[in-house]
Design a protein around this ligand. Structure first.
Ligand SMILES: NC(=O)c1ccc[n+]([C@@H]2O[C@H](COP(=O)([O-])OP(=O)(O)OC[C@H]3O[C@@H](n4cnc5c(N)ncnc54)[C@H](O)[C@@H]3O)[C@@H](O)[C@H]2O)c1
Length: 308
């Protein structure tokens, strides 16, 4: 049986995710959007790229959920993206309505799916999807840490003039400017960053990572990043459908890990066929714990605006 992967939201992130899923032949792809014709047109266009690129999967587009039935994995990218000057939390109320209705439809048509949330504000939208779907916590994960740590890795590699392949970077916490890039746990082929980069440069890189999304929004003016975000979501899907047991930073529902509970927050997770298979509860320093606590507060606080 081939895997079936639905991507909801056929905009920048969703369409890029769909084409990456197809190129990697991770399964048949269904692209869903509310705009009539757009997912159908993009789906057909992507299917016609198959003979050229040499991938052999079905890619279809739809405005309803019947064609998504019994998906193995569903990537939710539907909703508004940021414009310059907006924070991710500014999207909360509008995207709450979108993610709520998308999740209701998905839960009805694909009751056994694993959900990978992308829509912002990410940690809040994970909570909405978890609550509305009533899916167990191992089947609802959010994409943010893979992207944020990729940004951190990129900036470290650029600073040192080394391959990104040798850079390991850990980012914990919410997907906002309170995220916690953990310098102590990041390294270049095992060499601690503190031995390679002066403290002031390291602080600037951490700051640039925290504001990595806003930097791109400022350039683009009409929307937010989508190449790296879609690749990050696809990396998570690949870990599921190929049962890779990858250790990736994902937004996960905490039940006591890191001394916190009842919220989604970015933590290191083992991702495999069952979805979230393990959360690694890493010992943190007092300063790191405080920073993570601040990030958790920043995730919780705006959620008072949505009642469910
Ligand atoms: N988690 C992350 O790290 C991360 C990174 C990048 C973007 N994002 C978020 O992903 C979301 C999508 O970003 P984008 O750049 O693709 O935006 P976009 O505007 O290009 O695409 C969004 C798409 O969602 C569709 N849509 C809206 N309501 C819908 C509904 N009810 N059902 C189905 N489709 C619906 C729109 O028609 C549009 O095509 C945004 O919320 C953005 O902030 C998150």
């Amino acid at each position: 049986m081939r895997n079936k992967i639905t991507v909801v939201g056929g905009g920048n992130v969703g369409a890029s995710a769909a084409i990456n899923l197809a190129i990697k032949e991770l399964g048949d792809v269904v692209l869903v959007d509310v705009v009539e014709g757009v997912p159908q047109g993009k789906g057909l266009d992507m299917a016609q790229m198959g003979p050229i690129e040499g991938y052999d999967v079905a890619i279809t587009g739809a405005n309803d959920y019947a064609p998504t039935a019994n998906s193995d994995v569903v990537v939710i990218t539907a909703g508004l993206a940021r414009k310059p000057g907006m924070s991710r939390d500014d999207l909360l109320v509008a995207n709450y309505e979108v993610v709520k209705s998308v999740t209701e439809n998905i839960a009805k048509h694909s009751p056994n799916a694993i959900l990978v949330l992308v829509t912002n504000p990410l940690d809040a939208m994970c909570t909405v999807a978890h609550h509305v779907s009533k899916f167990p916590k191992h089947r609802v994960v959010g994409m943010a840490g893979v992207l944020d740590s990729a940004r951190f890795r990129t900036f470290i590699a650029m600073e040192l003039g080394v391959s990104v392949e040798n850079v390991t970077a850990v980012v914990l916490g919410g997907h906002g400017d309170t995220m916690v890039p953990v310098v102590r746990l990041s390294n270049v082929s095992g060499i601690p960053l503190s031995e390679l980069i002066p403290a002031d440069r390291l602080a600037a890189i951490v700051d640039r990572t925290r504001n990595g999304g806003a930097e791109i929004v400022k350039h683009l003016k009409t929307g937010s990043a989508y190449y790296a975000p879609s690749a990050a979501a696809v990396e998570m899907v690949e870990a599921v459908v190929r049962d890779q047991k990858r250790v990736l930073p994902c937004a996960a529902w905490l039940e006591g890990e890191y001394g916190m509970r009842d919220l989604f927050l970015g933590v290191p997770c083992k991702i495999g066929r069952r979805g979230l298979e393990k959360i690694y509860d890493v010992e943190l320093t007092a300063a790191e714990r405080t920073a993570l606590g601040n990030s958790a507060d920043a995730v919780r606080e705006p959620m008072a605006a949505i009642a469910f």
